[in-house]
Ligand binder design. Structure first.
Ligand SMILES: [Zn+2]
Length: 427
């Protein structure tokens, strides 16, 4: 047992059937025989680590050498918890083992590498994204867990409200640039994927230059020969093959932004853009493209998202809010009940919830805001705006903001006001 994060005693733990590793996502052969010593040192340890993490619904496992030790952090619903420590040699064996299982080069210890492992745990299929990052004391291992069966494919499943879903579907029917913005790790890939699934793949010719970590979309062709250094060339190639929708890698450079906007008149160009909010995404685009008028003309919309934890259905507690309090929040004042998580054990709560391990939350959902290109917004953007000008135009155009969408989730009893405050607290 590596972690004891939910305070369960060891004798209460049931013996779990360990995770099975079913081979690399990249289809490479893994030669276990030729690496007998590594397998002996690392396989069971790697299984223990991943099994414990999966049993706790972890989304990310990190393992990093620090002095004589290897430090484990596991995240559940995006909240990191300390996961204990191992000896440096054990940590190294696990890292090398997972590299081997992902079909990566175990002799390479100085370069970043990434891949994935197909896995099964408690009869459910998972994909384990493996990322190796060189650090001062060796290599950092990051395992990203994806539930391979989880249907996070369509907008209602990522938590998107109906009005926004319909607007997005509408935006996807004509050429232009459509972006999904959010901070790193906020699930923008899942949302982009969801928006993509909303496009009629039989009526359109869709090419993707981005890798979705093993997730496949029917009727979408991957441009395998995509040259990251020549995005414009790759886009031109897709255009010659009559693409009318192209999904690009996340926009991170002026070259990428310019390449996307150069085709806005004929192709629906979609991508993620790392940004803390919608206004920052617009300002970043203007800077990269270098022409505010072109951005105003080519941009169709930006979906910005933030993740929020969902209250556990089995232990959430109802309370009756005062109606003037509801009015102040801009919520209908006839809501019968709002919900919050039960008090912690430290505050005298003796009840343990088995469903969520007494965390009070189970899983996450998205809050969304959508900047649509209205005539007013076009004029604001073409005039080289600052963040405030963009925000006040969004208000004027009555676009749904992240805060409003979060309050929708509070009103629906999916999350609490306290959680909403937590995610909007400046970091
Ligand atoms: Zn619970």
């Amino acid at each position: 047992m590596v972690f004891g994060m939910f305070g369960k005693k060891e004798e209460e733990e049931e013996e779990l059937e360990p995770v099975s590793f079913l081979g690399p996502v990249n289809g490479q052969d893994v030669n276990m025989k030729a690496n007998g010593r590594l397998v002996e040192a690392g396989l069971m340890r790697a299984k223990d680590l991943v099994t414990d993490a999966l049993a706790r619904r972890s989304d990310t496992i990190r393992l990093e050498p620090r002095g004589p030790q290897a430090v484990i952090t596991i995240s559940v619903d995006g909240i990191p918890y300390p996961g204990g420590k191992l000896g440096k040699a054990e940590g190294l064996a696990i890292t090398q083992m997972l590299k081997l299982l992902a079909g990566l080069d175990i002799k390479e210890r100085k370069k970043a590498q990434s891949g994935g492992i197909k896995a099964e745990f408690e009869t459910k299929p998972y994909t384990l994204g493996i990322k190796i990052v060189p650090v001062a004391e060796g290599e950092r291992l990051i395992v990203r867990v994806t539930d391979a069966k989880l249907k996070l494919d369509l907008p209602p499943d990522v938590g998107m409200g109906e009005p926004m879903r319909l607007k997005l579907r509408d935006l996807c029917t004509s050429p232009g640039v459509l972006l999904v913005a959010g901070p790193g790790g906020s699930g923008t890939t899942t949302t982009l994927f969801a928006v993509l699934r909303n496009i009629d793949a039989y009526m359109n010719t869709i090419y993707t230059l981005a890798d979705f970590e093993g997730r496949k979309v029917p009727q979408v062709t991957r441009m395998e020969d995509a040259e990251p250094e020549d995005l414009a060339g790759t886009i031109a190639k897709a255009a010659r093959r009559e693409a009318n929708v192209i999904l690009c890698e996340p926009v991170k450079t002026d070259t990428a932004a310019k390449a996307m906007f150069s085709r806005h008149e004929s192709i629906l160009m979609m991508a993620e853009i790392p940004a803390k909010d919608t206004a920052s995404a617009v300002l970043q685009l203007i800077e990269w493209v270098g022409d505010p008028k072109l951005v105003a003309e080519g941009l169709k919309g930006i979906v910005t998202q933030k993740l929020i934890r969902v209250l556990c259905n089995d232990c959430r507690m109802a309370y009756k809010p005062k109606s003037d309090f509801l009015r102040k929040l801009g919520l209908p004042d006839d809501i019968a009940a709002l919900y919050r998580k039960p008090p912690d054990a430290a505050e005298g709560n003796q009840d343990q919830c088995e469903s969520c391990g007494s965390v009070g939350f189970f899983g996450r959902t998205g809050m969304f805001e959508l900047l649509e290109m209205t005539e007013g917004m076009q004029a604001v953007i073409a005039g080289k705006p600052d963040a405030n000008a963009i925000r006040s135009q969004m208000k004027k155009d009555k676009m749904i903001t992240l805060q409003q969408d979060g309050l929708r989730l509070v009103a629906e009893g999916k999350t609490s006001l306290e959680e909403l405050q937590r995610v909007f607290k400046p970091a």
